[in-house]
Design a protein around this ligand. Structure first.
Ligand SMILES: C[S@@+](CC[C@H](N)C(=O)[O-])C[C@H]1O[C@@H](n2cnc3c(N)ncnc32)[C@H](O)[C@@H]1O
Length: 346
């Protein structure tokens, strides 16, 4: 225990000596000379990424207690049109299309990592960039979902994509969005990885905390009688993230556009779940979550993050190992956020 704490401390001292973290975080030169195409920096690139997404699907299903929260079960049994945007390897779709054979399922992803041939007959995949619009007619789907895309979409494109999701949704149909916020209650060691990661993502124009914004707008744009938030999760939400959204004009514009888009929904709900990282404090769920994070840090961003932090890959991996020790010594948690709502019937 003492060892891990002191090794993380000494690592931090070395890192601080090399270059202050704040300096790393604010490094403007990275914006001017990107080695990485920001929109592609953590797109799934290999089998390990695909395995991680499969594992994540089953963990999230366990955490949320099912594959969806919207009241659509009966429609799915009767025969619904369903769209999953940014579907990745299609794990959710493969399960759903097998469970509801009367319904027709579509998945869209910019990368062709979904199965091309071996899949149920009621499931189709389309390779497409959703920031260019969704190539379906208005009012086409009974259920539209999007899971874990905030880090990939610039904030203004996010608003456009949300508008598209609602456009292709039938009046009376449901939309469901899931996001993951890494920076909830974490120790100093994990912060040393998460802070530069979030700053890099922010430098691409994406906002991983967009769901905070959506949640606060849902409570103001929809009347309190048709927006429901679980009381326990609301407490966790407001204590961890004081909302400070309307700080400048562009932020005001974003809020206005988001409000307009969200005003097309009713019967909205939001729900947050806290996930403790590691088996010591988080049991089996925490163990699986740590495995997913390990794959993310040791595979997905193993080149990007040391480059951004200006440290060697060796030091970076050493830091990740110290984070894993920290998960044992301190209960570190992250947060999942979900909202769902119905398109206002005409
Ligand atoms: C973190 S993964 C989430 C996958 C899946 N939705 C899940 O919850 O496991 C994000 C997915 O979004 C896809 N993606 C990113 N930008 C996209 C875009 N502009 N258009 C379509 N898909 C995109 C990526 O290829 C990746 O498969």
């Amino acid at each position: 225990m003492g060892n891990s704490h002191s090794s993380s401390k000494s690592f931090r001292r070395k890192l601080t000596k090399k270059k202050s973290l704040q300096k790393l975080i604010n490094s403007e030169s990275l914006k001017q000379q990107p080695i990485y195409d920001p929109s592609k920096f953590h797109l799934p690139k290999n089998d390990k990424d695909i395995d991680r997404m499969h594992e994540q699907h089953f963990l999230f299903k366990h955490i949320w207690g099912g594959n969806f929260s919207s009241p659509i079960e009966r429609t799915l049994h009767k025969g619904a049109m369903v769209l999953d945007v940014g579907c990745g390897p299609g794990t959710w779709l493969l399960e759903m299309s097998t469970t509801y054979p009367q319904s027709q399922f579509y998945g869209i992803d910019i990368e062709q990592i979904f199965p091309k041939e071996i899949k149920p007959g009621n499931l189709e995949f389309i390779q497409s960039d959703i920031t260019n619009g969704i190539k379906f007619d208005n009012d086409h789907f009974d259920f539209v979902r999007m899971s874990l895309l905030a880090a990939f979409l610039q904030e203004d494109k996010w608003i456009h994509v949300l508008g598209e999701l609602i456009r292709v949704l039938k009046p009376g149909g449901y939309i469901e969005i899931i996001e993951h916020e890494l920076q909830y209650s974490i120790g100093s060691c994990f912060s040393m990885l998460i802070t530069p990661l979030l700053n890099f993502i922010r430098s691409t124009g994406a906002n991983v905390q967009i769901m905070q914004k959506i949640d606060s707008l849902l409570t103001t744009t929809t009347t309190s009688s048709n927006h429901h938030v679980s009381p326990s999760s609301r407490t966790a939400f407001s204590t961890s993230h004081p909302t400070n959204m309307l700080t400048n004009n562009s932020s005001h514009q974003v809020n206005l556009s988001l409000s307009n888009t969200l005003s097309r929904l009713t019967n909205t709900h939001s729900d947050t779940r806290t996930v403790i990282i590691g088996s010591v404090h988080g049991g089996q769920t925490g163990k699986v979550f740590e495995e997913i994070l390990t794959s993310y840090f040791e595979n997905t961003v193993v080149e990007l993050l040391p480059w951004y932090m200006e440290i060697s890959q060796e030091k970076y991996l050493e830091l990740w190992k110290s984070c894993q020790k920290e998960f044992k010594n301190r209960a570190s948690s992250t947060k999942l956020f979900k909202f769902w709502g119905m398109k206002i019937p005409q």
